[in-house]
Design a protein around this ligand. Structure first.
Ligand code: NAD
Length: 368
């Protein structure tokens, strides 16, 4: 198995957490004899500093020629005053568009060992394991016409257009159904079909597609009801399928379940090249202190193995390793609740050791 990975550490804590994710991937490669090649490139603030652009051509070309892209985070306070299209974040938006991924996958998992870090009660979050599948290239964020105008009486108006085609809905819904087949077999499709025509088309299309997946149970929820159930009874959900805007809001809401932004992973798939990144930003307030939680970046690397390399077992080993390290009582500062905290590199090292232990146990089991 060979995999060419472009690593884009980016700004702030990005380099600190991606270094740990790469180390875990190297551990997996070493155990199984795989060849993962890593090529590092600049994006975001460091790319502006070194190359005058938040997404240099060389970075984009390397990403397009790779099998997968692993990104840290972008954003640095010194560039906050630049116009939006020249800021570090613009590089990430350009990259996402260029890679063409239309399905954003964001797991929201409550780890038993840190369930008391969630602002929700432990009995509410216990056992939660949701996979959000959010449509990423359509809807209100991309629809035309859009913009500002002036009415005949001189007043300003602004408008955006929510638009979806059947093809756009079908391709992302397919990702959700296929993911559910490998999980607990349930898709909840979120819309506002009582008000919006785009949602009516969404519901019709998803319902029709469900006939191809008789082993998956489909139910529909209005977005407002979904927002409520996510907080009151998140265990209701397995795979949640949403359009772009609803997904943006609901995934941030669900993030509170896990207790720390540093735990959250994401994958963007469907395009030529998958993009894997922790959900958090560059966290300038803790950058350089070596205290960032690398679990989100490491879990993103696990998603990379699953979606870009078909290495499901190896992905699960990494996810289990994170869980085992937490259960053994190790914490970074964000989830330590004032207790002893491990540094970023120590947490990465512990997860590498746990991955090796899990692989050894599997080997021993098969050898018996
Ligand atoms: P942020 O996610 O960087 O930080 C929010 C809070 O969470 C901070 O207190 C931070 O210390 C903490 N935090 C985040 N990740 C953590 C981790 N791994 N371990 C421990 N604590 C962690 O969001 P922000 O402060 O709103 O934004 C900072 C910069 O990041 C801005 O420039 C923003 O535009 C950018 N940003 C980038 C991305 C991305 O690259 N995908 C996403 C969000 C924000």
């Amino acid at each position: 198995m060979k995999l060419r990975v472009v690593v884009l550490p980016g700004d702030g804590i990005g380099p600190e957490v991606t270094a740990q994710a790469v180390q875990v991937l190297q551990t997996v490669a070493g155990i199984h004899g795989y060849k993962f090649d890593f090529e590092e490139h600049a994006i975001g603030g460091v790319a502006i500093r070194d190359f005058g652009s938040p997404l240099p051509r060389k970075t984009l070309d390397a990403c397009l020629a790779s099998d997968a892209v692993l990104l840290g985070a972008v954003g640095a306070p010194e560039y906050d005053r630049l116009p939006a299209n020249q800021r570090p974040e613009a590089g990430l938006l350009l990259l996402r568009r260029a890679l063409g991924g239309y399905a954003n996958l964001r797991p929201a998992i409550s780890y038993a060992a840190i369930e008391d870090c969630s602002p929700l009660r432990s009995e509410v979050v216990r056992g939660v394991d949701i996979l959000f599948v959010r449509e990423l290239l359509g809807g209100l964020y991309f629809g035309e016409p859009r913009g500002f105008a002036t009415t005949s009486n001189g007043s300003s108006i602004a408008s955006n257009t929510m638009v979806y085609t059947v093809d756009e809905i079908e391709r992302v819904a397919r990702v959700a159904f296929e993911a559910a087949q490998k999980r607990r077999g349930k898709v909840t499709s979120v819309d506002k079909a009582n008000v919006l025509e785009t949602s009516q088309l969404w519901r019709q299309t998803v319902t029709r597609l469900a006939e191809e997946f008789p082993d998956v149970t489909l139910n529909h929820l209005y977005v407002d009801a979904c927002a409520m159930h996510l907080i009151t009874n998140p265990r209701l959900f397995d795979v949640v399928l949403t359009e772009n805007l609803f997904g943006d809001i609901l995934t941030d809401e669900a993030a509170v379940i896990t207790g720390s932004l540093g735990m959250l992973a994401s994958a963007t798939v469907g395009g030529e090249v998958g993009l894997y990144e922790p959900v958090h930003g560059s966290a300038p307030d803790i950058a350089g202190k070596e205290i960032a939680n690398p679990c989100g970046a490491i879990a993103s690397a696990a998603m990379m193995l699953r979606h870009s390399a078909g290495l499901e077992h190896e992905a699960r080993d990494i996810e289990l390793a994170i869980q085992n390290v937490l259960e053994a009582g190790y914490r970074t500062a964000d989830i330590a609740a004032g207790g002893h905290a491990s540094r970023t590199a120590e947490m990465g090292e512990l997860i590498c050791e746990a991955v090796t232990e899990i692989a050894d146990m599997r080997y021993a089991y098969h050898a018996v």
